[in-house]
Design a protein around this ligand. Structure first.
Ligand SMILES: Nc1ncnc2c1ncn2[C@@H]1O[C@H](COP(=O)(O)OP(=O)(O)OP(=O)(O)O)[C@@H](O)[C@H]1O
Length: 961
């Protein structure tokens, strides 16, 4: 079996087999090993059944020798310590002026001497002091920190040993030593395409800037690095494939409020725009040789902000970042791999300062706060990284967001890239606290691990955007949509132009131009920014529209308030007008007033209760309702109807005037009507006139004087009065208007002959009851007669006016009168209900009274106008149509009926009426009216008319007062 298997087994496979799943496009030919590949021609000619099966089993059975995987390089953070040599130093006790910019290279001693010579006013105390070192070097990796004697006595501190440094540079070390130990490894990786960062930390004046930049005579790590870069580049003969760019910028505080970045290699406008961790507009200057690089370094140092403090005559006031970017084009001869961009970042932090040491004040103090804050955030980031690496469950705290520098160095501070720190300390005793603080803070950093696996160069830090003009600020005060669109279109055009320019610059031969991928990213980011700004503008526009809407709503509310007030005023005015009219008419217009008052109250209540937005509608509805109610009640309203009736009765009055001029001259009703024709308010004057002229004969003043409840007395009086009967249609209507006497009296009185009236006058007491009954039964007929003969208003008009008056004076209208006149009318029913019981009983009683009216106006009967006589004749003719029953006096009827008026308990109103009557001084003397030659009455100065006196007597007698 085994032999068979051996015979069937495929030939031995090579030791290594490359299975390429995703071969590159330019795949290289796979080297042939033992298996000979048949020629293509033979393959092409071979038949399908001759194709050998793919030896998948053989391949899988091959045991490939596994190369030992390289352990993940987890290097610890390299921390170097450099001790500044003890030396004679100058301490500036009074320094007031700080230089804004540094002059590099510069000799401090010469500088101080020059300053002293320039400004002799500045007093300087230069004292030389031989100090003892507080820090001693144990070995290349550890130091011992000894507190000064004063602190030892206080037992506040003790000697401490700090070890674990990557290397400790003694005071007498050179810049090259520092470079060799610290920078050289970073540079080698950098040249291989690995990015790295080196930062110098330490208190102010400890030698950070000296270490980083150095001087012409003693250049620091940056010049040395640049020198080594070009040296190595020349040695590797790959200079044509690698290019270097240099960029230097600083981050400083903006009067303590914020952080700003300035390009130290840029032109005049060196301020950079900062967005999160991206610094835009930073100029990357390609460097071809060392001379160019050194000149750029010198230029940057000149621009860097420095100031003189007690600790350092040239104290750096900003965080300075130097970026050296290596761009590799093609394959490296060393690695045979395509190299990526690498960045070597060297950071010269501003030294932490103590106020006591620096003596900073004002702006310097603000800068100190900024510097110390940045140093603190930097340390927090490292400590949080250490804690995170100890316990990754906690998560990495985002302290890097607290400063621009840490945001920019985020990848390093999160342990993603290699970095190294160099601590610079001063060895003097007086620097013990600063040194101790720094060592205690930084010694744990040695435990920080970082991945040495190279990542592609962080594009975020490499972004160099061409300087573009700042976007124009768009006015947020309600810009028009067209303006927004124009701005948007303009920005888009600008972007397209910039993109085109960038695309043109993205020539591979032009190393200074950004790459196409950067251009694409820039385009996307700029579009994003534009859309964001556009959305902000739209948001602001919407907010402003909302504010305007609120203002408009407020105006609407105020307008509604004013409208409500005006409506209330108008209601009040209407109420006053109605009350005035009612007072003029001497009759209360209670329903109308009630309607208005109720409407006003309802309106006020509604206005108070209804919502603001519904006020208008509600008020409008209320007004409509009020108008409707007014329309409904207008038929019951005496005032307007009085006007209507006045208008309607105008013709009647004229006719009456024509019919009986003399009578009308004597009639108080006509005189009243004349006045009422013009205006109802003049009714009082008319009545006064009537009272003055006809007061002795006119029932109207008396009725008014008696009471409203006694208005029913008018009917019998009118019926009894023949002289007035001729005028009674008008009187009935006018007095009806004013006194709620039904209009049936008019027709009846018209039909009543004057002679009979005279006879009745002679009798003295006409029968009111009989008369009323007659008018009820013959009401329609009387109306027909009226329509035929009298220019009185039509029955409908009279009815309407009657309704109006009745409703207006429903409190005084008798039930019987209403039931007779309008038995089916709802309004009358309502008025009947509204009529008080006392008034009804009084009316009934009054109907039972036998009123004897001795008032006759003989002089009125005599008319001089023939036409009026004809009219009177016609009226008399009409009277003949009246049934004799109607003509019968009430006494006769009473005798026939054999009924006596029942004496009942008087209601309260009657009692009041009686009291009023009793208070009246009834004079027996009846003043005779004076008649002038024209038949017109002169002014009568009698206090009471004859009729009224008679009426009072009747009342007194019948009421058994
Ligand atoms: N190792 C050194 N050898 C010689 N001189 C040094 C050394 N270190 C610092 N100095 C000198 O000390 C002075 C202060 O140094 P430097 O300006 O570098 O301090 P700094 O830490 O940058 O201070 P700051 O943080 O305020 O900028 C400089 O004049 C510098 O020449």
């Amino acid at each position: 079996m085994e032999e068979k298997q051996k015979s069937l087994s495929p030939p031995p496979c090579p030791s290594t087999v490359t299975v390429r799943r995703n071969p590159p496009r330019r795949a290289r030919a796979t080297p042939f090993t033992t298996t000979t590949k048949p020629p293509l021609s033979s393959l092409a000619c071979a038949k399908p059944h001759d194709v050998p099966t793919f030896p998948i089993d053989e391949i899988l059975s091959i045991q490939i020798p596994q190369s030992e995987p390289k352990p993940a390089i987890a290097e610890s953070l390299k921390i170097f310590l450099r001790i500044k040599p003890l030396r004679t130093f100058t301490k500036v006790t009074t320094t007031t002026k700080s230089r804004p910019r540094n002059v590099w290279p510069q000799n401090p001693s010469k500088k101080n001497n020059a300053k002293e010579n320039r400004n002799p006013e500045i007093t300087k105390k230069v004292r030389k002091k031989d100090e003892e070192a507080c820090i001693t070097l144990n070995d290349s990796y550890s130091v011992t920190l000894t507190p000064p004697q004063s602190l030892q006595e206080l037992k506040r501190s003790k000697t401490e040993v700090y070890e674990g440094f990557s290397h400790v540079f003694p005071a007498d070390c050179s810049q090259n030593d520092v470079y060799d130990k610290m920078v050289q490894p970073l540079l080698e990786d950098f040249m291989k395409g690995k990015s790295g960062m080196l930062a110098a930390l330490g208190p102010s004046g400890s030698g950070k800037t000296h270490t980083v930049f150095g001087s012409l005579k003693d250049p620091g790590i940056v010049p040395i690095t640049l020198r080594q870069i070009f040296k190595k580049n020349d040695e590797s003969c790959s200079g044509s494939l690698r290019s270097f760019n240099l960029s230097i910028f600083e981050i400083c505080s903006e009067r303590g409020k914020g952080e700003k970045a300035y390009d130290l290699l840029g032109g005049e406008s060196s301020e950079l725009s900062v967005q999160q961790s991206t610094i835009r507009g930073l100029k990357e200057v390609p460097i071809q040789n060392l001379e160019e690089a050194e000149s750029l370094i010198g230029q940057a140092m000149l621009k860097r902000a420095t100031a003189t403090t007690n600790s350092n005559s040239q104290s750096s006031r900003s965080q300075c970042i130097i970026n050296i970017r290596a761009s590799c084009n093609g394959f490296s001869n060393e690695t045979k791999l395509q190299s990526s961009d690498a960045m070597l970042t060297i950071v010269d932090l501003a030294g932490a300062e103590r106020e006591k040491r620096t003596g900073n004040q004002g702006e310097r103090l603000v800068e100190s706060n900024f510097i110390n804050n940045t140093s603190m955030v930097f340390g927090q980031c490292l400590r949080s990284l250490l804690e995170y690496q100890k316990n990754r469950k906690k998560g990495l705290q985002k302290h890097h967001q607290n400063s621009l520098l840490t945001r920019y160095l985020r990848d390093y501070l999160e342990g993603k890239k290699r970095m190294a720190l160099i601590l610079t300390v001063k060895a003097g005793e007086e620097d013990y606290l600063d040194t101790s603080y720094l060592l205690r803070q930084a010694s744990p950093y040695m435990k920080i691990k970082f991945d040495n696996t190279e990542e592609p160069c962080n594009k975020r830090q490499l972004k160099t955007f061409p300087r573009a003009e700042k976007n124009k600020k768009i006015k947020l005060s309600a810009p028009k949509t067209s303006q927004i669109e124009e701005n948007f279109q303009g920005e888009r055009c600008q972007i397209s132009q910039e993109v085109n320019l960038q695309g043109k610059k993205a020539d591979p031969t032009d190393r200074s131009s950004p790459r196409l991928e950067h251009v694409a990213q820039d385009k996307n980011e700029r579009e994003h920014i534009i859309m964001r700004n556009f959305s902000k503008v739209l948001w602001n526009v919407l907010k402003q529209c909302n504010e305007k809407l609120k203002v408009a709503e407020g105006e609407i509310f105020t307008l509604k308030d004013s409208l409500r007030r005006e409506q209330l005023k108008s209601l009040g005015l209407e109420t006053e007008l109605i009350s005035l009219k009612s007072s003029c008419l001497a009759q209360p217009c209670i329903p109308e007033v009630e309607v208005i008052v109720n409407a006003k109250e309802h309106f006020e209540v509604d206005a108070a209760l209804t919502n603001e937005r519904n006020v208008d509608d509600d008020s409008c509805n209320l007004i409509k309702a009020r108008r409707e109610a007014g329309a409904e009640e207008s038929s019951e309203t005496p005032v307007p109807k009085v006007r209507n009736v006045d208008d309607d009765s105008c013709n009647l009055i004229k006719a009456r005037r024509e019919a009986g001029a003399e009578e009308s001259s004597e009639s108080p009703v006509l005189s009243v009507l004349r006045n009422v024709d013009d205006d109802s308010c003049n009714l009082i004057e008319a009545r006064r006139e009537a009272g003055s002229e006809e007061s002795s004969k006119s029932p109207v003043p008396n009725v008014r004087n008696v009471d409203v409840d006694s208005c029913n007395l008018i009917n019998p009086r009118r019926e009894a009065s023949t002289e007035e009967s001729s005028e009674s249609p008008v009187l009935s209507k006018n007095v009806k208007d004013a006194e709620l006497v039904p209009c049936h009296l008019s027709s009846e009185n018209d039909a009543e002959p004057r002679q009979s009236v005279n006879s009745e006058e002679n009798v003295g007491i006409p029968s009111t009851i009989t008369h009323v009954e007659a008018e009820v039964t013959d009401f329609q007929r009387d109306q027909a007669i009226q329509n035929q003969d009298d220019p009185t208003p039509s029955p409908e008009q009279v009815e309407v006016s009657q309704d109006c008056i009745n409703s207006g004076l429903s409190n005084v209208q008798t039930k019987s009168a209403i039931s007779r006149r309008f038995p089916d009318s709802e309004k009358q029913e309502r008025n009947r209900r509204l009529l008080p019981a006392s008034s009804r009983s009084l009316t009934e009683e009054m109907n039972d009274l036998e009123i004897k009216d001795i008032q006759t106006e003989k002089q009125q009967v005599k008319t001089t106008n023939t036409r009026v006589q004809k009219k009177a004749v016609s009226i008399q003719g009409q009277e003949t149509e009246v049934p004799p029953r109607e003509a019968e006096p009430a006494s006769t009827k009473k005798q026939k009926n054999g009924q006596k008026p029942k004496r009942r308990l008087q209601p309260a109103s009657s009692v009041l009426l009686t009291r009023e009557i009793n208070t009246l001084e009834i004079e027996d003397d009846i003043a005779e009216p004076k008649v002038n030659r024209g038949g017109k009455k002169t002014t009568v100065s009698q206090p009471r008319s004859q009729g009224s006196v008679t009426l009072l007597r009747l009342l007194t007698n019948n009421l058994h007062l």
